[in-house]
Ligand binder design. Structure first.
Ligand code: F6R
Length: 240
């Protein structure tokens, strides 16, 4: 595991974007695993800048997102499909038919999970970008007595539903389920880039990277992976 700390978020974002640019330059058909949330936004901004300046083309890559809500149309502003279009896909030359997210509108969710796993098996992820939740979740893999290997449907916890409610007109509209890649699928990526920003991530980063490997902290399983690159700002890295 390599841990790098940056003086500013801008430097971290630049480094991460450069890493992706280098990956794609070396292997134009690379497969990238992508995340949503606040953590990657600056990285995506820098990737878009590099595309606009003509330094990189995404035309031949394939991407897989970690997760998506069940029951939200891709046009819904709260969907992860919308997030990706807004922050990255809508600004680069990645063909829409090679940018994959789990289909939260699928009528048969179990079949959708199997389909996603089959695609992941056929196109293994070269670099998987990850953020981390305050409780150590990665994707929607929350702390639990057991974890799932492959892509699966998760019921969202009450805290998550309540936190999400502010984005919706009523509590009824808040998605109750999501589809997420499993910890096993994440660990199959050749390289994992775990990014942490902000003082509120300092404690969980220390626990995940130096504490016991336990399903109580799903990110701690990253300690078992041979090729993890951890990028932190000073605040998130203060205990490491
Ligand atoms: C997003 C995802 C989540 C986030 C995590 C951190 O696709 O899978 O695990 O990475 O919740 O979110 P932020 O970056 O908003 O702190």
């Amino acid at each position: 595991m390599i841990i790098r700390k940056f003086d500013s978020r801008a430097e971290l974002d630049f480094y991460a974007a450069q890493y992706f640019v280098d990956t794609i330059t070396t292997k134009p058909t690379a497969t990238l695993g992508l995340a949503t949330g606040s953590t990657p936004i600056g990285i995506y901004e820098k990737m878009v800048e590099r595309y606009r300046s003509g330094e990189v083309s995404f035309a031949q890559i394939t991407t897989f997102n970690l997760d998506e809500y069940v029951g939200l149309q891709p046009e819904n502003e709260q969907s992860y499909a919308y997030f990706m279009k807004h922050h990255l896909f809508g600004h680069i030359d990645l063909p829409a038919d090679r940018a994959f997210l789990p289909n939260g509108m699928a009528t048969d969710l179990a079949a959708e999970c199997s389909r996603y796993d089959a695609m992941l098996a056929a196109q293994p992820i070269d670099v998987q970008l990850l953020g981390i939740g305050h409780n150590g979740h990665i994707g929607f893999n929350e702390p639990d007595r057991t974890l799932h290997g492959g892509t699966h449907v998760v019921g969202l916890k009450r805290e998550t539903l309540e936190a999400n409610a502010r984005f919706f007109a009523s509590m009824d509209e808040v998605p109750k389920q999501a589809i997420t890649m499993g910890v096993g699928s994440i660990l199959k990526a050749k390289t994992i880039m775990l990014v942490g920003k902000g003082a509120d991530k300092a404690e969980i980063m220390k626990q995940a990277l130096t504490g016991p490997i336990t399903t109580d902290c799903p990110a701690s399983l990253l300690q078992t992976h041979a090729n993890v690159l951890v990028l932190l700002d000073q605040e998130a890295g203060r205990y490491l």
